[in-house]
Design a protein around this ligand. Structure first.
Ligand code: SF4
Ligand code: SF4
Length: 102
């Protein structure tokens, strides 16, 4: 699926363990990334220090749901153990498809 505009759920709901510029310890689940703009775009999309996990994450109905609210719930559930493996399948090597525009 194509990344949905005005969403940004994947920049809020999941934890990110790698360093993010300005967030050296990454971010906990449920915390909005400081680089998510008010219109739900990534302010450091082209920055070389943007976390690799952000580049590799691909929009998928299994976690993006039908709308932003559902994506927040689904991505939050992935923080709870069993479903985490499913999340790992959504990280694809680069060059398969351009990362979604945020
Ligand atoms: S990848 Fe999914 S959760 Fe992230 S902004 Fe796009 S539609 Fe929303
Ligand atoms: S894509 Fe950008 S705004 Fe979203 S979590 Fe990564 S660095 Fe933050």
């Amino acid at each position: 699926m194509k990344c949905r505009p005005n969403c940004g759920a994947c920049c809020i709901a999941p934890s990110i363990s790698s360093a993010i510029p300005g967030m050296p310890d990454g971010k906990p689940a449920g915390v909005r990334c400081i680089h998510l703009t008010d219109d739900y775009k990534c302010a450091i999309y082209d920055h070389p220090d943007r976390p690799r996990v952000c580049d590799l994450f691909k929009a998928d109905p299994a976690v993006c749901g039908v709308d932003r609210d559902e994506a927040i719930i689904l991505l939050g559930m992935l923080e709870d153990g069993d479903l985490k493996n499913e999340l790992s399948t959504l990280y694809q090597p680069p060059n398969n498809e351009p990362p979604q525009q945020r």
